[in-house]
Ligand binder design. Structure first.
Ligand code: AHR
Length: 505
């Protein structure tokens, strides 16, 4: 059996784990909002039409922040359409997804949902069809207590308290030609800096996110970040990264190694940040907001599937409803490990998205809610990855894959919290063999295995589907044992594992 060994040292701190690493994303797209979080008439819905069975799973998932309302949608969105009396709200064409937006849910409703879910609201601004003035208007409506026209409008609309939104995204994927209002890095950098400067005149302490690249494969990657930051470095707190991965037919090996790409993405963006900072002679360190990441079978979504005639654009169609496999969940777990080991640079991240649309949670109208395979690594990592990220080096074999060359068979990340204990996260990328892992835990002092959970299946493409929604879950790994300050655990092929070690001193 192949082996892997590593050492956990609580002194080998990379950086504190920011809870915002476990954020998600709700876009007005497909059935994420309508028939997702919101379905008046569903047996579990509350007085506001929010499904409480969905809310329960959102809480179990351990979501910290929720980015809203897009995505590509936001670049054509007029936030004013979504506030005030519902019967007066206009229906609008959503150009991004060829849908009809009813505006039944807008900022005030979503903020209420977010509070009920126990999450922090992170708002994205439309810098596609709009600009500085509309950003200021939304900030005034959302955050000013009273006394100004838009604050009073919010109060008159039934929301007496301001929403107090701290994090704001200055547009969405402005580097992408598909984006409404797509621009050059130079034009976007100036607009982002102007918008940020104006917003800070209202509140200097806002946390502002400039758009980075939509993927590491964008032709403008690197140069985009450099130019945007040259304009906006002093004005912003974050630059974003977005990345989606999928399994190409016949190449599971490359897919399982997707975190190699995410590691590189983060490290290269960090290098550009440091370069711009050095040349500007500033000690300020812009952080990374990885505010869209997931497995997404983008190839299954074709532009020609879009309804072309705007007269017939549907309300809340079934779009991007990927059904996730065990392998997808292993990759999601691995991507979280990449975020955790870069906790010193990535202090905010959003799994895209939350319900129905490339989501860990699925619903049927009038019917059940269920956990996709990807739900488990997210929920468990969010629960156990606390305190500090630790540097861990794994001594293991490797294999060749088409996308990234030689990659390690076993991937690992670890965290340590003086109260909660140690979280160890492991992936076995072998498609055929179990791996025996030995972990030197002597630096932790006396510990016990509080929990050892593994997600795997004899079929790496097994899924949880409507009507058969509990085949895949993270289950107890009975091989975990401690022998003389060494943790031994066996990882099945194509698996993700979490171990919680608790101090017994
Ligand atoms: O999450 C789906 C889409 O992916 C978002 O709308 C967009 O920002 C990205 O391209």
């Amino acid at each position: 059996m192949p082996t892997a060994s590593l050492t956990i040292d609580p002194a080998a701190r990379v950086g504190p784990i920011n809870r915002r690493l476990f954020g998600s994303f709700v876009e007005h797209l497909g059935r994420c909002v309508y028939d997702g979080i919101y379905e008046p008439g569903h047996p579990t819905s509350d007085a506001d039409g929010f499904r409480t069975d969905v809310l329960e799973l959102v809480r179990e998932l351990g979501i910290s922040t929720v980015r809203y309302p897009g995505g590509n949608f936001v670049s054509g969105y007029r936030w004013e359409d979504g506030v005030g009396p519902r019967e007066q709200r206009p229906r609008r064409l959503d150009l991004a997804w060829h849908s009809l937006e009813t505006n039944e849910v807008g900022l005030d409703e979503f903020a209420r949902w977010s509070a009920r879910a126990g999450t922090e609201l992170m708002l994205a601004l439309n810098l596609g069809t709009r600009g500085v003035q509309e950003a200021l208007d939304l900030l005034e409506y959302a955050n000013i207590r009273s006394g100004s026209a838009l604050a009073e409008q919010r109060i008159a609309n039934g929301t007496p308290e301001p929403h107090g939104v701290r994090m704001w995204c200055l547009g969405n994927e402005m580097d992408g030609p598909w984006q409404i209002g797509h621009r050059s890095a130079d034009d976007y950098g100036k607009l982002a800096a102007q918008t940020a400067r104006a917003m800070r005149m209202i509140d200097p302490d806002l946390e502002l996110v400039a758009c980075g690249s939509s993927s590491r494969a964008m032709p403008t990657f690197g140069e985009w970040e450099r130019v945007v930051l040259e304009h906006a470095y002093d004005e912003v707190d974050y630059i974003s990264c977005h990345a989606y991965y999928d399994e190409k037919p016949g190449d599971l090996g490359s897919f399982l190694a997707s975190p190699v790409d995410m590691d590189l993405f983060i490290e290269q963006v960090a290098a550009v940040i440091d370069d711009v900072a050095a040349r500007r002679g500033t000690d300020k360190r812009v952080a990374i907001s990885f505010d869209e990441w997931n497995v997404w079978y983008l190839d299954r979504y074709h532009d020609e599937d879009k309804v072309t005639d705007p007269q017939s654009w549907p309300i809340a169609p079934r779009l991007l409803e990927d059904s996730y496999t065990v392998a997808d969940a292993v990759v999601v777990g691995g991507l979280l490990m990449s975020l955790v080991r870069h906790a010193d640079r990535v202090t905010s991240a959003s799994l895209a998205q939350l319900v129905n649309v490339i989501a860990p949670i699925m619903t049927e109208p009038g019917g059940e809610v269920w956990r996709q395979t990807t739900f488990f690594p997210f929920a468990i990592t969010s629960r156990l990855a606390r305190g500090y990220a630790l540097a861990v080096a794994v001594d293991t074999g490797d294999y060749d894959c088409a996308a990234y060359g030689s990659v390690p068979l076993v991937d690992a990340a670890a965290t340590h919290d003086p109260e909660l204990g140690t979280g160890l996260f492991l992936v076995n990328r072998s498609q055929s063999e179990a791996v025996e892992v030995s972990v030197d835990v002597s630096a932790l002092g006396p510990v016990a295995v509080a929990e050892a959970l593994t997600l795997s299946d004899p079929d790496p493409h097994a899924r949880n589907v409507h009507g058969d929604s509990s085949r895949v879950a993270a289950r107890v790994n009975t091989t975990a044992s401690l022998e003389q300050r060494s943790l031994k655990i066996t990882l099945p092929p194509v698996s993700w594992t979490a171990v919680h070690l608790r101090s017994v001193a």
